[in-house]
Design a protein around this ligand. Structure first.
Ligand SMILES: *Cc1c(COP(=O)(O)O)cnc(C)c1O
Length: 395
């Protein structure tokens, strides 16, 4: 074994001891909410395909590879800027009701490019304790002073702003819908802090976009604070069923990012075919409000059913339903027992979530039927009988 392999094998072994091994599972999608795992077809309650658009003809076929080739051949600033990218940006700006928008190859890249383009050494960032990894990494890259406030506690954030005057700029950054908890940020309270302390508010609405709000614009629309968010971030990889990240906001913000967000400048533009699909998905969000109703209805039903079985499931209004377990090993055992019964749910363990808060992250889509949901609840019921324990999450 080489020195590198030796060293890394030790690390892998120690991770395995703590139930933290990560493996890639090969999946195939026959469509709908079903998936082939390990050679059998199972019902999936794990994806972010909330509206079922990832396998829907409305999102594909608008632009094909034969129209543009398979790649965009360069950065947007060099040879990679196509009409389809600009059309998509117009569609995003319309959805978010902002002046302008800018697309990135992924949501991750949108975050790590944008935060350092806005704040630097003499600036202050307030970041929610449960923010997504891409926001955390963006904060680190910026070299600003980062203060982490307790999850969804604007009062704590406020206390951390007492010496705001010592800093040049101040950015408050939060997930709109928290990806592993499924709760919604208290955006009105954060917007008040923005106004009071001359701060800017950035919301990563990866999971709210397309799902929440009257028009599907997301959590800021849902909470009535669209105009008080300076930087609307999102991704087309979740409810839109495509790929690519975006920032929406003022024309000035977007013009600034074009010349200073490094992950935008130094990365090849998204494949035109992907951006074409995303336009189809945004049109679907506008034209198919019944999908939003369906997914939220399904979420309410499944959440209530899991609570009735005795699981520790926080209240919430989104399709992300965390079933809190505690230890990583127990979470994996429950997920395995569900897979045995053809229900695919994923155990979420550290470092994605804090130690001792491992969970099953159950998600629903607009494609699940009432009978799919009943089957899922039955499987949970059988699983705890077979395992002989009921998770009592002490929190
Ligand atoms: C998935 C996710 C991202 C990353 O988006 P990608 O387009 O998949 O890179 C960013 N933020 C949150 C909250 C997410 O859940």
């Amino acid at each position: 074994m080489s020195s590198l392999d030796n060293e890394l094998a030790c690390e892998l072994e120690s991770r395995a001891k703590h139930g933290l091994t990560r493996r890639l599972r090969s999946l195939e999608h026959p469509g709908g909410c079903y998936v082939y795992v390990d050679g059998k077809i199972v019902t999936e309650f794990a994806s972010n395909n909330y509206l079922g658009l990832a396998f829907d003809p409305v999102t594909s076929g608008r632009v094909t590879e034969s129209d543009f080739g398979s790649g965009s051949t360069g950065s947007r600033l060099v040879t990679g800027n196509y009409t389809v990218h600009e059309e998509l940006e117009c569609a995003i700006a319309a959805l978010k009701a902002t002046d302008a928008a800018l697309i990135f190859p992924s949501g991750y890249q949108a975050a790590v490019g944008t935060i350092p383009a806005l704040v630097g050494r003499n600036d202050l960032i307030l970041s929610d304790q449960h923010n997504h990894a891409c926001l955390i990494d963006g904060c680190r890259l910026s070299r600003a002073t980062v203060r982490v406030y307790d999850h969804n506690e604007p009062k704590h954030a406020r206390a951390l702003l007492s010496d705001r005057a010592q800093f040049r700029r101040c950015l408050i950054v939060t997930d709109g819908v928290f990806s592993m908890d499924g709760d919604i940020a208290d955006l009105p309270a954060l917007a008040d802090l923005r106004d009071e302390f001359d701060a800017w508010l950035m919301v990563d609405d990866a999971h709210g976009t397309g799902v929440l709000g009257e028009t599907g614009a997301g959590s800021a629309e849902f909470l009535g604070v669209r105009d008080r968010v300076d930087v609307h971030m999102g991704t087309m990889s979740k409810a839109l069923g495509c790929a690519g990240g975006f920032i929406a906001g003022s024309r000035t913000l977007i013009d600034h990012l074009i010349g200073s967000a490094r992950s935008f400048m130094f990365s090849t533009a998204p494949a035109p075919v992907t951006s074409g699909s995303a336009i189809g998905a945004i049109n679907a969000i506008r034209d198919m409000p019944e999908r939003r109703e369906k997914v939220l209805d399904n979420a309410r039903f499944l959440r209530a059913g899991l609570r009735a079985l005795g699981f520790s499931v926080p209240h919430g209004d989104t399709p992300i339903i965390p079933v809190l377990i505690g230890s990583a090993q127990a979470a994996v055992a429950l997920a395995d027992a569900l897979l045995d019964q053809d229900i695919y749910v994923v155990a979420i363990r550290p470092p994605t979530v804090p130690d001792g808060t491992s969970r099953l992250r159950v998600t629903v889509t607009a494609l699940h039927t009432r009978s799919d949901l009943d089957t899922c609840l039955d499987a949970f019921d059988v699983a705890i009988r077979r395992l002989g324990w009921m998770p009592r999450f002490a929190g």
